[in-house]
Each structure stands twice: as C-alpha cells, then as structure tokens.
Design a protein around this ligand. Sequence first.
Ligand SMILES: NC(=O)c1ccc[n+]([C@@H]2O[C@H](COP(=O)([O-])OP(=O)(O)OC[C@H]3O[C@@H](n4cnc5c(N)ncnc54)[C@H](O)[C@@H]3O)[C@@H](O)[C@H]2O)c1
Ligand SMILES: [Zn+2]
Length: 463
Amino acid sequence: MGAGKSTLGPALAERLGRPFVSVDAVVEEQTGSSVAQLFAERGEAGFRELEERTAQELLLRRNLSVVELGGGGLGAAATRDALAASAFTLHLETTPDEAWERVAGNGRPLARDPAEFRALYAQRRELYERAADGSARDVDGAVLAAAGIHVAAGAVERLGELVPGAGAIELVLDGGVEQLHGGRVRAALGERLAASHVVPAGERAKTLAEAERLWSAVRLGRDGTVLALGGGSTLDVAGFVAATYLRGIAWVPVPTTLVGQVDAAIGGKTAVDLPEGKNLVGAFHWPARVVADMELLETLPATELANGLAEVVKTGLLAGEPLWELQAAEQVRRCAAFKAAVCLRDPLDRGERAQLNLGHTFAHALEAASAYELPHGRAVGLGLLAALRLSGLEEDARTVAELLRPEPVRVDREAAWAALARDKKAAHGRPRLVLLETPGKPRIGVELDEDDVRAALDSLIVV
Ligand SMILES: NC(=O)c1ccc[n+]([C@@H]2O[C@H](COP(=O)([O-])OP(=O)(O)OC[C@H]3O[C@@H](n4cnc5c(N)ncnc54)[C@H](O)[C@@H]3O)[C@@H](O)[C@H]2O)c1
Ligand SMILES: [Zn+2]
C-alpha cells in the first residue's frame, strides 16, 4: 500500500504493450462500490473474499497483462498459489515512510493510523518477499526484472545466487577476458562450476567450428546452465550453443563490454557467422538471467568503449532521451531497459524490434565494404548520421557528430552500395530503412527513393 503501484502499473503496461488491470478496480466495477465502502459494509474479510475471487479470475486467465494486486491480497493462500503458477510477481519496493507519505489522509481503510500502518508493513513484508520473483523501484527496474536482467556494480561476486536453478554450470569465456575477470567469476560460482571453455577473443569465436567444439566439450544435463563471460561475440556463440545443445538449455550472459551490456546480452538473439556473412545462423533463446556488472568495464580499451557509446547514442535517439549524458551505471541500466522492453513487445523480431536497426543498414554496408576492418561503433556513428539526415533531423545529426565524431571512411562506393542492397532488411532489392519522425518516434520499413539513399551512403565515404 502506497508503494506507487497505481502509477507504475499503467506505465509498465504501456512499456510492455500489454493491458493493465487492477484487482481493486475490477472489484469496484463488479460491485458498484468503492473499496472503502466495501470495507465499511462487509468488513475486511468480506472485501478479501471478493478480492481473492477476482485475483484468481484475472491470474488464471493467463492473458498477458500487468495486474495490480493490493498488499493485503497475498494473505490468501489461493492467490499466492495463482501468482506462483501464472505470474511473474514483482515486489514494488518502498520504505514505510515513503508509503505513509503517499497514503496518509487519503481515507484508505488500512491507512488511518501511522503506527498501525507501520506494523502492517512489517507484518506483510516477509510475505511479499516470499511471493516475489523480482523487485523494482521504478518502471525501468520493473522491465529489467521482468526480462530477468540484473544490473548492478559488483554483481559478479553474487553470481552463485544469481544463476537460477541448482544444476551444474559450465563457463564459456573470451580468451582475452579470462586473465582479467575469469578468476573472480570462477570463485563466485564455487562448486556449481563444472567446467570452463575458453573461446578465441572477439569475433573469431563466432564460427560453426567453435560451436561444434563447444557442443562436444559441454557435459551438462538438461538442468545445466551455460554461463557466457565476454563481449557480444562470446555471448553470441555461447548462447547459440545453449540454444541448440540438447535442443536448448538455460544460459546466462555476463557481458564484459559496453556493447554487451546495453545490446548483445539483451533480447535473446544468438548467432554465429558464416563465410557468406555475419550472424547468418542462430536462434532466439531468451537468457535465464542476464548479469550486467559495470565494474567489468573498467578494463575495457577505449576503442571498445567507443563501440558501446554508439549503441548508447542509438538507444537514446530511439528513446527520445539523452541517455548518453547519464553516468555510466545509470546509462547501462536505462539502455538495457529500453532494449528489453522493445524485445519483450516483439521477441521474435517480426515488427517493431526492427527499430533497433537505426543507422545499422548503412553501418553494415560500410563494414562489409571495408571487409570488416571498420570498427562497428564508427560504422554505426556514420549510419546514424545518414539516418538522421534522411529523417530531416539536422540538429540531431549535429549532436551525433559531436558525440561520436564519426570520420567518413575510405571504402569502395560500389561495394558499399551493393552490400546495402543485399542487406537482409532489403525488400525486393529496395533498401528499407529505420528513420525517426523525431527522437523517441521511430519509423520502420521506410522505403525512400534510391538516389537519396545512395547519396546519403556516398556522403559517408571519402574517395
Ligand atoms: N545478439 C545480439 O543481439 C547482438 C547485439 C549486438 C552485437 N552483437 C554481436 O556482438 C559482437 C560484438 O561484441 P562486442 O562489441 O561486445 O565485442 P567482442 O565480444 O567482439 O570483444 C571485443 C574485444 O574486447 C575484448 N574484451 C571484452 N571484454 C573486455 C574487458 N572487460 N576488458 C578488456 N577487454 C575486453 C575481447 O577480448 C575482444 O578482444 C558482434 O559479433 C555482434 O554481431 C550481438
Ligand atoms: Zn550495433
């Protein structure tokens, strides 16, 4: 009570693209009386009966929605069972002082006396903690909890408890990261760690040969978990192995790059490269948990940080907020939450998830034309410039130019154009782009005149 459910609930529902239902509101609607009236007329027990029946109906219906359930509702064993069976239960954290401030004087039946209110809070607290699958203080926290993403400095030390289940864990880690962070991670996993597999540093890990080596080396049963420690490359191959080994076992990415924390670890896409192109073979496989520990980024070289910053800027443009101005920890939290919400709304990339490709059609074309010599961040910086200019957002293009300083590249123009036309987002050979109406309002699948797209691409290339 007073935790802010009725503010956060609808906001969360909107972020997840799901309906919002309040148990209290449904009870009020069905009886034609307010909760206060029901308390007065039928006593608390009478109200609880109605609440329990309504909560059951709403929860067991299992249609994807955000349900607001009042604090007292957990008193009913049947409601607790329904939550455990059908819901992801989020505990909205608050302190008794904050909660009292919100409810004092608003006439709620159980919030008339501060001392009684505090006693009730203390009495219910344990029940909440037992029923909860996660906890949050704000909408981003709620999205992250629902997506299974844990973002916290020092989280690696708690990996033993953060990896769900009790089965064995096998670690797949980037060769370059092993010396830096492997020891801490192994120590935190303790006895659950059954084996470690080192893969080549960076993109060289993303091959079918590496996947095959891992398929053969892993000894986990169906209750086992693959834990991936490294940047997006390691996560992609380890996630793909987890998605396919025994037809799919749990995996937990622990990203060690900024790209990994704000992008690659989020949303369940896994893949390896083929000689024919990047990410051509893969699977959707949502992680059992993501553990993003910003302290792991302290050893990251500046060039790798710059790659991540480009994705942060992209995310800020999509979200319509200058997320790049936030300090590091909050930046990771907000960016991860933004991508997680998009992916929860469109987990299989059939619709609006395409917005995450902002700037990437151009970026991929430039990368391909450079034979992948061009760093991804620089390519994305250039791609964002082109997308913003084609969107008619000159001022935002200038902001991106200042933030990322993307230098035009020296690649073959024809090769870049051919790669753009081949891009998997092309429909009938015509490039389809993600543009912005304004920051925060993406437009996907935009087909523009070929000459304009070609001119935008050419402007990123020096001859
Ligand atoms: N699955 C997805 O949704 C998704 C999203 C974005 C990117 N990706 C993929 O991610 C890959 C790029 O990943 P990336 O940019 O994270 O880099 P990366 O995994 O390729 O690693 C780059 C380099 O950084 C080093 N490194 C990693 N963490 C370090 C640390 N903490 N300290 C010092 N060095 C460290 C690595 O050893 C490597 O040499 C691409 O293959 C891309 O396709 C996937
Ligand atoms: Zn990218």
